[in-house]
Design a protein around this ligand. Structure first.
Ligand code: ADP
Ligand code: MG
Length: 265
């Protein structure tokens, strides 16, 4: 089973923001998308989630053209967690997670649907908030609700757009361990846009480096996240260190400031 993307291009009005993007997501893999702000990560994920229409190229889900598959069937296969939640309805936490079961439900929720909702809420540590309204939660709590909704949906392909941007470090690690576990089942895969390069270093099986709407590099962490690639795309001097627990990257503050100073002169 594969989600395959071929020569995908996307425009907002006349402005092209993704150009000829091709890759595929196979079973059991965590594929991280990295790239600076505005490089097209969210646009790519939204297009795969069926929210935006490509102007060129195609997407196939298990070898079938996605545009020819019913929305409900796609929703059983692809679960999407957006970067920001603009459309907050007056729903409770429980109602929001229950919505994850909607593609599977004919008339009413079965006991097994509710058990899946409960399990997803347990997993994200939000069971105690079940009756709270979404508007009463912190940004991080809300982010966990939408991740729980995708888990309850039981899709084959998860699309996470910066799922940890509002989370504290404990919950960030928990979410990435969960991502690893989802892919570890070997029947599911995760495409995840990440802001913090260190999570890509530690959790990605493969990485896509996007810049200005194009794939600059794609491959294993070691192939893609080289000092040369990272520094050239982000335009900031970085320090790379390898410890017994893996490789880390962080900006070199002093040189980064000098660098900006030079650009401003
Ligand atoms: P990323 O997620 O990597 O930060 P996005 O996919 O959100 O990048 O944005 C890619 C480019 O498309 C940016 O230049 C952004 O300004 C532009 N863009 C994003 N959303 C819209 C929109 N709704 N209308 C017009 N331009 C957009
Ligand atoms: Mg984004």
């Amino acid at each position: 089973m594969t989600l395959a993307i071929k020569n995908l291009s996307v425009k907002y009005g006349p402005v092209q923001v993704l150009s000829r993007v091709s890759f595929s997501l196979s079973n059991g893999e965590v594929l991280c998308i990295i790239g600076p702000n505005g490089s097209g990560k969210s646009t790519l994920i939204k297009t795969l989630a069926g929210i935006l229409e490509p102007c060129d190229g195609n997407i196939t889900l298990d070898e079938r053209d996605i545009s020819k598959i019913s929305k409900n069937e796609v929703a059983k296969k692809i679960g999407y967690v957006p970067q920001d939640f603009q459309f907050l309805t007056s729903a409770s936490v429980l109602e929001a997670v229950i919505l994850g079961r909607r593609p599977h439900v004919q008339w009413s929720l079965s006991r097994s649907d509710l058990a899946k909702v409960d399990a997803a809420m347990e997993m994200l540590n939000i069971s105690s908030m079940a009756q709270k309204m979404l508007t009463e939660l912190s940004g991080g709590e809300r982010q966990r609700v939408f991740i729980a909704r995708a888990i309850a949906q039981e899709p084959d392909y998860f699309l996470f757009d910066e799922p940890t941007s509002a989370l504290d470090i404990r919950h960030q690690i928990d979410v990435f361990q969960m991502v690893k576990k989802i892919a570890g089942s070997k029947t599911r895969s995760v495409l995840v846009a990440v802001h913090d390069l260190n999570f890509a270093y530690h959790y990605a099986d493969r990485v896509i480096l996007l810049d200005k709407g194009e794939i600059v590099s794609m491959g294993t962490v070691d192939e893609v996240m080289t000092e040369e690639n990272i520094i050239s795309v982000y335009g900031v001097p970085m320090q790379f260190i390898t410890t017994s627990s893996g490789r880390y990257v962080f900006p070199d503050w002093v040189r980064a400031e000098e660098h900006t100073g030079k650009l401003q002169k």
